[in-house]
Design a protein around this ligand. Sequence first.
Ligand code: ADP
Ligand code: MG
Length: 323
Amino acid sequence: MRTASWARKSVRVSTLTTSAMHTATPAARAEGLTKTYGSGDTAVTALADVTVAFATGEFSAIMGPSGSGKSTLMHVMAGLDNATSGEVWVGDTALSGLKDKGLTALRRDSVGFVFQQFNLLPTLTAGENITLPLSIAGRKADPAWLAEVIDAVGLADRLSHRPAELSGGQQQRVACARALASRPAVIFADEPTGNLDSKAGAEVLGFLQRSVRELGQTVVMVTHDPLAASYADRVVFLADGRLVGELRDPTPDSVLDRIKALELPNQARAGHAPSAAMQLDKMTLKELRAIAQEQELRVDGKPPSRCTKTELVTALQEARRAR
Ligand code: ADP
Ligand code: MG
């Protein structure tokens, strides 16, 4: 019966949210995590003694310059790659104690992943893409949960469409719903708005935030974009494979200030920023100048410090289009 099922669902979700907020076990944590690629002269230390915890029911962002180890941290914490030393726990489970079979089950049941490139299968509908990982595992989605996720992601009327018939933002929301379908302990999203324009980026970020606040999920997101990071409850900063700072209740301004204070090269320099999700016209003059400075932008020969807000927005938008 419809009424009963909705009533049941809302009770279950609110119980989950409450218990999630009071549980002491983080959704995922790492202790003394080190990851070295290669050996000898060519060895690269991607992570150097990282200890970090991601609380259950919280939306965390990871920021840091290109090459600082953000993707490596996510891959190792998601069980997609091995650590060189140190330990990772997803919930109470230590990853080093798992054999291949256990790791596969953990990745399937307890971890969700969202990629910059969506990674949807083009021949399947949106609905089929969402349930694919569960189908492969020979499991059925909990229908009430799936309905809740699809409702929250705003895709109920798009489920029979194929990815090519969806906008970038809709495709990424399908990918988010897919990551949520198994109700994992933690979702890792690696630059999920990196390929989206500002409106689509805001939709995806809004959904990730709702999945935490309303559905009790745990999300860890890598981003280059201070505006995207401001959707999170907390930002951790990486540089050269080390954790170098943390910020609670971030705003775009406080994130930019921290990036400056840490003297991190702004992500812009590596050709990343301003990311598409960055709403240039909503940024302050100070923020725009910081970004333009990092890009060594000149407007009619003028340095950013002598440009107006309008000049900077226009020039940054042009630079973005040119990429
Ligand atoms: P980020 O996501 O912050 O840009 P990564 O985690 O991708 O950084 O990379 C961290 C460092 O590890 C970089 O120096 C990168 O070149 C190196 N690295 C990443 N993956 C590999 C790999 N498979 N083999 C060798 N080096 C790698
Ligand atoms: Mg990366």
